[in-house]
Design a protein. Sequence first.
Length: 425
Amino acid sequence: MTIEEASNAPQGWQSPGHPRYQPEMTLNAIESAAVERAAAAPMLARTEAWVAINSGTRNLAGLSTVAGALADAFAALPGDLVLAEPAPVETVTADGRVESIEHGRHLHLTVRPEAPVQILLTGHMDTVYPADHPFQQGRWLDDGRWNAPGAADMKGGLSLMLAALEAVEASPAARRIGYEVLVNSDEETGSFSSAALIAEAARGKLAALTYEPALPDGTLAGARGGTGNFSLVVHGRSAHAGRNPEEGRNAVVAAADLALRLAAAKEPGLAVNPARIEGGGPNNVVPDLAILRVNFRPKDAEAIARAAAAIEQAVATVSAAHDVAIETHGSFNRPPKPLDPGAEKLFALVKRAGADLGQPIAWKATGGVCDGNNIAACGVPVVDTMGVRGGAIHSPQEFLIPESLGERAALSALAILRLAEGGLA
């Protein structure tokens, strides 16, 4: 199947004979018009064009190109559109130095800030595939899925977000709702250069929709755990491994001890992954530098507190036991996202919209994280898997289910109109 053939094929639930088809929709005339308009947008062609541009988080040239393409597309919407500069971000290098790291610009659109209902829509333009990764082109699979880098995560999601907003703008109900769109360039590496922009955009919003992919059957992510990434820099003392090893302080051994102690902090509700130790050198030299990279996945705020205490205790113990100095860099950059009453109301609204479109909507908890975590931490209800149905993300097997573009654009358009009409009541 070619892109053109897929673009012209009947879309999802609209097509009689499709297993998700539902002919009886309880929509009013305004909603019906918006749903039809959203589903008819050229989403697959847009997705194809954006996927063709490599935009790995560290590919600044590719990010600049795709940001320009997205800005051209989203300029079809009214409002004030800018490409915002990234905030400064530091990283710990392999030799233990702290350096600034560059990021791409973030697309930020503000529409009708004076409207009575205000929402936030977010996504990301970056992918996990750098410019030298072998997975750079898409292909059609025999079962109709499209296997392409970033197609599901999340250039397809950006395409259907735009289609839904274009449909809303064509509706007489548009005047009741204002929104901000934020498409960042660094979500895949933690949103460090866009976190403040996300927090500011979330301020005062009734609700938020984020366009991470749903599961292949359409299941959404509900509650999410949090995450924290740390680099622990161990400074020891070098010495000759044979002549005077007792005068050395082995930083690699101390880092290994640190890794074991932190791994022992694992418990229900707190996953710990010591992922990498960097350092060392020739076999005849006691190493004086090592860096431990470790990831934590706390289920809730209490787990974050326990993890922070475990880090503090392990650093103190290892520093004393091995006579080394340890610097701690990092943070819990994605707070856990529970399903609070506000989130439950927003999920219920999306579920009702799905039911009226013949799209069964369910959700379940996940250990993954995204910008939805940060938005929820601002006190704003968020459904963060409003994107395409797809799967195998972050791998060369990533795929998008093309009929889900029309389905999910219709779902977003209807959900937005109902937020405009009745809020979360």
